[in-house]
Design a protein around this ligand. Structure first.
Ligand SMILES: *[C@@H]1O[C@H](CO)[C@@H](O)[C@H](O)[C@H]1NC(C)=O
Ligand SMILES: *[C@@H]1O[C@H](CO)[C@@H](O)[C@H](O)[C@H]1NC(C)=O
Ligand SMILES: *[C@@H]1O[C@H](CO)[C@@H](O)[C@H](O)[C@H]1NC(C)=O
Ligand SMILES: *[C@@H]1O[C@H](CO)[C@@H](O)[C@H](O)[C@H]1NC(C)=O
Length: 435
């Protein structure tokens, strides 16, 4: 037994002791067959001096709890790798969110943040970290309580929550359990604001800005696991973003059916071929927050990635070819990519986020609400995400929440933690992975 797997066992034990949940961590035996061979490059959140062996955690999608967004048809599912501790984190989170008795449980009632989908998932993931830290089950508050929250009343019902609308339920309990026999719950911004820790429910709204609670805080239940990992300590939070996204983004059966129908309609009989590069170009409203990267830069970085992979051990099917799957909300970018001769480009045309031509003054919640249909935006975005995740190499800008979502899911449920990622805004490996 290597030192690393020994410390992983230790971490499992520690998780067990500190968690207080009656929850079995026994992992099923791997099916017989040759051990997958480490290949590709260490994930960008790993320490610089990590060995190829330590950077390689074979993917085991069969060990995920119910409903995870794995891709059984994808070759990587059988032979790829995932971020260290993924199965443990998923099973731990699932157990935490499924208490034995919802009448006896304590809750963090979370009102999602008003923002784009990527940011929404990341805030929700941080709320989940806080809930785990507080030994409270996180449940979502119902909508519509804000304007742009993606809960589509006409499709999902008047009191639907975001998870009920699109995803597997985040918990076996609901906001009804949380609000049973309680006064209006007290809303907090950080753990120190809890006056009565015996209160059945505390509430949290939106984003994380408290002085005494870092929005990068990972629940201490994961500390032992992370200390034994090859992950750079300053990026533990990024690991949690990936784990929480993998837990939250589990499209339910209705969503998957709708995505399949859209794929037939919008992507015809096409499929993502092996060796396709995912390029995500974030324009749209993002220019308000960060400097836009021009299309030509993405293409140059894509070319660099194609050359650099000559130095990597990769399976033949993983080798980047001259094929790009482009996801963007900017029609001009689609036109620019289609016009260049170097690459064979596939894309889906998507309405994403806030229209780019709105001035900040025009971007009131009401105008955004009338200009975009949240349900359409969510479904089209999930389709685009699914197609991006079928690619074998990735180019993007980690300053974009959406780009990070692609990176997080490819590194966990899609078994592609080892394939190349290059950033169009910064050196490789990227040092700034945003919040
Ligand atoms: C990697 O570097 C860290 C310091 O950054 C050091 O503590 C550790 O021992 C090194 N590990 C290996 C395998 O060289
Ligand atoms: C669940 O908890 C409630 C409240 O503590 C209790 O009255 C009830 O008996 C419990 N049910 C089960 C099945 O343990
Ligand atoms: C959560 O539960 C653990 C284990 O039972 C305990 O050590 C910890 O203090 C609890 N945390 C809070 C905030 O109640
Ligand atoms: C491959 O690695 C060698 C040695 O580190 C380096 O000099 C070369 O530039 C790399 N090639 C590419 C295309 O990155």
């Amino acid at each position: 037994m290597s030192l690393l797997s020994l410390s992983a066992c230790l971490a499992i034990l520690l998780l067990r002791v500190t968690s207080g949940y009656s929850f079995e961590f026994t992992l099923r035996r791997k099916p017989p067959g040759p051990e997958p061979v480490p290949r590709g490059q260490p994930h960008h959140i790993y320490k610089a001096n990590v060995s190829a062996d330590a950077a390689w955690t074979p993917c085991s999608p069969g060990q995920f709890p119910i409903g995870h967004w794995t891709s059984p048809a994808d070759r990587a599912t059988r032979t790829g790798s995932q971020l260290y501790g993924t199965v443990l984190a998923q099973r731990f989170t699932w157990a935490h969110q499924h208490p034995q008795n919802c009448s006896a449980a304590k809750f963090l009632l979370y009102h999602p943040h008003i923002s784009g989908i990527g940011s929404l998932v990341h805030h929700m993931g941080q709320a989940l970290s806080l809930a785990i830290q507080l030994n409270r089950t996180m449940v979502l508050a119902p909508g519509p309580f804000h304007v742009v929250t993606y809960t589509a009343t006409d499709r999902c019902g008047e009191l639907a929550t975001l998870d009920q609308c699109y995803f597997e339920p985040l918990s076996s309990c609901t906001w009804r359990d949380a609000l049973q026999d309680t006064e209006e719950p007290r809303c907090i911004k950080s753990p120190t604001m809890i006056r009565d820790s015996s209160a059945r429910t505390v509430c949290f709204r939106g984003a994380f800005w408290a002085k005494d609670y870092s929005f990068q805080q990972v629940a201490p239940q994961f500390s032992a696991l992370l200390r034994a990992s090859p992950i750079r300590p300053e990026l533990y939070y990024y690991w949690w973003r990936a784990q929480s996204a993998a837990y939250i983004v589990r499209p339910n059966a209705a969503t998957r059916n709708e995505m399949a129908a859209r794929k037939r309609r919008m992507f015809g009989g096409e499929r993502i071929r092996p060796g396709t590069l995912s390029v995500h170009v974030r324009h749209g409203d993002k220019g308000e927050e960060t400097e836009l990267v021009e299309d030509g830069v993405y293409l140059r970085v894509a070319q660099e990635l194609r050359h650099a992979q000559g130095n990597l051990t990769l399976a033949d099917t993983e080798r980047p070819r001259q094929q790009i799957f482009l996801s963007t909300e900017d029609p001009q970018t689609v036109a620019a990519f289609d016009a260049q001769p170097e690459w064979d480009v596939q894309s889906v045309s998507l309405i994403r986020g806030v229209p780019a031509d709105l001035t900040p003054l025009e971007q009131t919640p009401e105008s955004i609400q009338t200009l975009m249909d949240p349900y359409e935006d969510m479904l089209n975005s999930l389709l685009s995400l699914d197609l991006a995740l079928q690619c074998d190499a990735f180019v993007g800008t980690l300053s974009s929440n959406w780009c990070r979502l692609i990176d997080e899911l490819r590194s966990t449920v899609r078994c592609k933690a080892h394939v190349p990622y290059m950033d169009a805004q910064q050196e490789s490996p990227p040092y700034d992975v945003n919040w």
